[in-house]
Design a protein around this ligand. Structure first.
Ligand SMILES: Nc1ncnc2c1ncn2[C@@H]1O[C@H](COP(=O)(O)OP(=O)(O)O)[C@@H](O)[C@H]1O
Ligand SMILES: [Mg+2]
Length: 366
């Protein structure tokens, strides 16, 4: 259909509201056909960015390109985009059919074409039986489908979705997530999805753009941002439970570099010093993810710790450990026998210690 081939490029984009810079020098390339998520806490500028892309807000600086075309000043209805809002924004007095047909009617499409396009999309979203109802007669999940359908009927070059599942309960949210992923796989439309939910971002996205205070912090695949977070903000925002951070120092020894903190010494091997200049090394924080910490026999990357809390989640149990005033979370199998107050050996998987410079919070590249 030639619809999928639209790369979206934001360059030095700004948007200010009085003293607040909602979008602050944002540079972002959203590759054609990919599912890109803007991820960050409430107030970090996700909605504003989406509205700038849609043309619903005017940029105070910078440009937006769709393919080779500069669309910075193009009116919203000429951008070939469709947006799904957080609150659905359906027309309450119109039937589901008329809601979905609205944009096509505005374009004066023939009646038969409108009927077939709405019908096909409604079928794909399993809302074909609801076409004569009004939005008020639908459940939240059904309204969400209608809002998605209304956007799909337009066959946009770019799909924009602003926290579309935030009003749904957990089970429905998970199902809609899977459905949207299937839809994206079959349509291949460039999609920009906004969420504050890191789990949602990781399960859905080809690429994740992590934002903070209107700025881009890290851009990469789920694998990259989760596996090599560029600073402690990204490291602790992605992943559940949160990555444990322990402040300490690096020491040079005969066997390479070791991370040392109260009650803890982790041999990092000969490769660990790379990226650090000679001379004084900075104060560092070691970052440990629960899945990289297990309980068992002592070894070169293990430390003694006291069990403080057990959090069973069915498939695994998370064990909160106290070590020299710091807290580290380990992951064990659900049938692993351990009790609160017990002293244990925790072992970190080799090569899985993340290091951050405490002063700058940036990852120390290794
Ligand atoms: N219309 C507006 N007037 C004033 N401030 C706004 C307006 N819209 C957004 N903001 C501010 O801009 C920042 C980013 O908001 P927003 O893009 O809605 O964030 P997010 O979608 O990530 O929660 C926030 O500080 C918010 O208060
Ligand atoms: Mg928002």
């Amino acid at each position: 259909m030639g619809m999928a081939g639209a790369t979206l490029r934001l360059e030095s984009l700004y948007r200010r509201y009085g003293k607040v810079t909602a979008v602050d020098d944002l540079n972002l390339e959203l590759p054609a056909g990919q599912f890109v998520t803007l991820l960050g806490p409430s107030g970090c500028g996700k909605t504003t960015t989406l509205n700038l892309i849609a043309g619903l807000e005017r940029a105070d600086g910078g440009t937006i390109h769709l393919g080779d075309r500069d669309i910075t000043k193009v009116p919203p209805n000429e951008r070939g985009m469709a947006i799904v809002f957080q609150n659905y924004a359906l027309y309450p007095h119109m039937s589901v059919f008329d809601n979905m047909a609205f944009s096509l009617k505005l374009q004066h499409r023939p009646k038969a074409e409108i009927r077939s396009r709405v019908g096909r999309v409604a079928e794909a979203l399993s809302i074909g039986h609801l076409l004569t109802r009004r939005p008020g007669q639908l459940s939240g999940g059904q309204q969400q489908r209608v809002a998605l359908g209304r956007a799909m009927v337009k066959r946009p070059a770019v799909f924009l979705l602003d926290e579309p599942f935030s009003n749904l309960d957990a089970a429905l949210r998970a199902r809609m997530r899977t459905e949207v992923k299937h839809l994206h796989q079959s349509l291949g439309t460039t999609s920009v999805f906004v969420t504050h939910d890191q789990e949602e971002a990781m399960t859905l996205s080809d690429v994740i753009a992590v934002m903070r205070d209107g700025k881009l912090v890290q851009y990469g695949t789920q694998h990259e941002v989760y596996g090599k977070p560029c600073n402690t903000y990204v490291a602790t925002f992605l992943g559940k439970p949160r990555m444990s951070l322990i402040e300490g120092e690096l020491e040079r020894g005969a066997d390479g570099v070791a991370f040392v903190a109260p009650g803890m010494r982790l041999e990092l091997g000969t490769e660990a010093g790379i990226g650090l200049a000679d001379g004084d090394w900075p104060k560092v924080a070691a970052g440990l993810r629960a899945e990289d910490v297990s309980l068992g026999e002592p070894g070169p990357t293990s430390f003694g710790a006291t069990v403080q809390l057990l959090e069973p989640i069915g498939s695994d149990t998370f064990v909160e450990l106290g070590v020299g005033g710091a807290v580290v979370v380990a992951r064990v199998a659900p049938d692993y026998r351990v009790t609160v107050g017990e002293t244990v050996h925790a072992t970190v998987k080799p090569g899985r210690v993340h290091l951050f410079d405490v002063a700058s919070t940036n990852r120390i590249v290794r």
